[in-house]
Design a protein around this ligand. Sequence first.
Ligand SMILES: NC(=O)c1ccc[n+]([C@@H]2O[C@H](COP(=O)([O-])OP(=O)(O)OC[C@H]3O[C@@H](n4cnc5c(N)ncnc54)[C@H](OP(=O)(O)O)[C@@H]3O)[C@@H](O)[C@H]2O)c1
Length: 268
Amino acid sequence: MPVTLDITGKTRVFGVISDPIAHVRAPAVYNPVFEARGIDAVLIPVHVTPEDLPAAVAGFKAQRSLYGLCVTVPHKVALMQLCDEVGEQGRLVGAVNAVRFTDDRRMVGENFDGQGFVAGMRAEGFEVTGKSVLQLGAGGAGMAIAYALAASGVSRLVIANRTRAKAEELAANVSAAYPSVPVEAGEPDPSGFDIAVNATSLGLAEGDALPLDPGKLAPKTVLAEIVMIPETTALISAALDRGCRVHYGRHMLDKQIDLMGDFIGATS
Ligand SMILES: NC(=O)c1ccc[n+]([C@@H]2O[C@H](COP(=O)([O-])OP(=O)(O)OC[C@H]3O[C@@H](n4cnc5c(N)ncnc54)[C@H](OP(=O)(O)O)[C@@H]3O)[C@@H](O)[C@H]2O)c1
């Protein structure tokens, strides 16, 4: 059921842009927050196909009651290219998941995937600055997390990926962006690391292989997961059995929601 809203001429409008649109969760996430906090705003679904994106952006810029958008598949890369300004993480990753419109109607974008992961870790008491990190995975989420970890000043980052060439390319790019952080491609061996993070999609499906050998996990290593469903993946269970502290995938999304809401101006 839609949230009851008192929409007036002063109500600020936010959106989530996607194609298809029916699955988007942002309205169900943000509208109750507006209501609970007494914020005069509404977040609506905005269904735009890739072909119509340039025309839609021109329309967004002309619509002064529209303050910002959450961005989902398939628009993350194309919207970044249409932005007037892009934040550091969005530029590095090459995609944005939030845009806001300034008073003079410039479109400013940023990517909060990796920042959400780091903020989620910190919120749960796991500092990443100064820590050695083994990252498994070099896909879309892995790319954002690697840049954000380097931006946060990890002491060392090793990236392991099934397709080794992708890990090598990502390590080289992260290293070029953050030369003071040692970054390299390597093996999925967590021995000696402070933190091991699963940024692959392994764990989503029952019977998936584990992304690392849990027999090599020492109790001092924090095992972080980004897969959200199931909440307790086989890797998390194995890490708990080894006596490790663990970090769940939902924290990354929770913090992204906060960061994106702040960025587009919806939650303040
Ligand atoms: N918690 C959150 O907020 C959040 C946010 C974004 C994504 N996620 C989750 O993160 C996961 C990855 O998303 P993504 O967007 O990065 O996906 P993606 O771009 O498709 O990348 C998938 C990654 O998993 C690896 N992989 C897939 N199947 C594998 C297998 N059988 N064996 C070994 N490695 C395998 C891929 O390796 P190759 O490069 O070799 O193919 C790649 O590194 C998904 O489960 C997604 O739901 C969570």
